[in-house]
Design a protein around this ligand. Structure first.
Ligand SMILES: [Zn+2]
Length: 248
């Protein structure tokens, strides 16, 4: 049975001389991998090859068991030309796609993640986009949504409150799932040292999530992006190849 959904292309690969395999995040059905027969021909149901980051209306036939579904039609409805012209924005967007691809399972619907990605790509396209801050908020919300964000206000070992800047020797442990205070970090080998900027940035994002309007200066955004990318890669169990390009 045919399915129709808004979708964002996460990745593409060659299948044959004229056909592509394309991975999409659909709004209604989650991630799907589809065979796009003849997509590389100009007169195809997609009007030519599908590009990563393209967003539009997708019609497809789901895979019967495992393997690839079949793309019937894909029409781009959202144009974000500004995104591809600026390498910093493009790298941030590609890292977002990589994170979504790695953190979500197949055919497991996450409407919130689709909307989060859609909105983040829109924000990255805005002329005055704060690229680091957009990425930091995206990583925070995505990790929260998949249940991995962890404890970022207290020490996970002793429960002491450590939110905000001005604390020394605070670390983040991906295995333990949160912050470790200076008294507890020594017992953990897997840890990431947090700068004052990282702690301030994490506190700002917690405030933003609670509905407070905050600004995230570049230095804080970069520091937060590093720790959240470290955490995501650790949870996924492999390096994320776009991380170092997306985070300066
Ligand atoms: Zn502690």
């Amino acid at each position: 049975m045919r399915r129709r959904s808004a979708a964002i292309c996460l990745r593409t690969g060659d299948y044959s001389e004229t056909s592509q395999v394309a991975g999409f995040l659909t709004r209604d059905d989650g991630k799907v991998d589809l065979l796009a027969k003849g997509a590389k021909r100009a007169k195809s149901a997609t009007g030519g090859p599908i590009d990563v980051l393209a967003e539009g209306e997708l019609v497809y036939i789901p895979a019967s068991r495992e393997g690839l579904g079949t793309l019937v039609e894909f029409a781009e409805t959202v144009a974000r030309p500004g995104l591809r012209r600026d390498s910093r924005r493009l790298n941030a967007a590609m890292f977002m796609l990589e994170l979504v691809g790695a953190l979500l399972g197949e055919a497991d619907p996450h409407v919130e993640v689709f909307d989060l990605l859609h909105n983040a790509l829109d924000r990255l396209t805005a002329p005055q986009a704060q690229v680091g801050a957009v990425l930091a908020y995206f990583q925070w919300r995505l990790l929260r949504h998949v249940g991995l964000l962890g404890e970022l206000a207290r020490c996970v070992a002793c429960g002491r409150r450590i939110a905000g800047a001005g604390r020394k020797d605070v670390h983040f442990s991906s295995i333990q799932g949160g912050l470790l205070c200076g008294a507890c970090e020594g017992a953990s080998t897997e840890k990431f040292r947090l700068s004052g900027a990282a702690l301030a940035g994490l506190a700002a994002l917690a405030a933003a999530e609670a509905g407070v309007k905050v600004t995230l200066p570049d230095k804080q955004a970069t520091a937060v992006n590093r720790v959240l990318a470290y955490h995501a890669a650790h949870q996924i169990g492999r390096a994320l190849k776009m991380a170092r390009h997306a985070i300066d």
